[in-house]
Design a binder for this molecule. Sequence first.
Ligand SMILES: O=C(O)c1ccccc1N[C@@H]1O[C@H](COP(=O)(O)O)[C@@H](O)[C@H]1O
Length: 214
Amino acid sequence: MLQRTRVKICGLTREADVDAAVAAGADALGFVMWPGSKRGIDPERLAALSARVPAFVTRVGLFVDQDPALIGRCAEHLDLLQLHGQESPEFCASLPRPWIKALRMREGLDLHAAAADYTGARALLLDAYKPGVPGGTGETFDWSRIPASLAKPVILAGGLSADNVGQAIAAVQPFAVDVSGGVEHAPGVKDPAKIAAFLRQVLLSHPIQAQATL
Ligand SMILES: O=C(O)c1ccccc1N[C@@H]1O[C@H](COP(=O)(O)O)[C@@H](O)[C@H]1O
């Protein structure tokens, strides 16, 4: 079976960057609704950016232990929620949109147990662990810690860029990859050339499998 690695470009704050990510072929676009981030936007910005996104491109809202009322207000502009804090499985299940759970790869994290706990998650997003920082660190982690078979699709995040995403896909074979800092020239300011290069490297990462399957 031909399995194309999906791509999410996260931390979009500007119309031009939304357009660049869509034009490059991104499958999903991420909007950081957490005000503690330099990439954070408010619900009004979300509405404006989300309105530019065409059909078949998934609009993902990123939250960190935030008020469900705020999540509810944002939901009409989103297709999927990305939960980056200590949200419990019960909290996640109470939300008005499908969701993915972000897990930071701290030492000793049992991914099989997490997949069983977050049974309603559409995928697990795995990110680097840095104490006190909920995500978007620009750091990688040891990809060999990801088990080959997990009960949930894996979205690989953390320090990815055009320079290492091919290697990451070869090592992990994730369902999707997620990038923020690696396609920017400043936090929240994307670089269209880096976005295009990232997408190109993802496509180039499995040509032999594609040819064998066609
Ligand atoms: O981007 C942020 O500022 C952010 C803040 C809080 C939680 C998550 C955040 N970003 C997510 O972190 C990963 C990895 O980002 P990077 O590629 O290493 O910069 C990704 O899922 C971002 O969406």
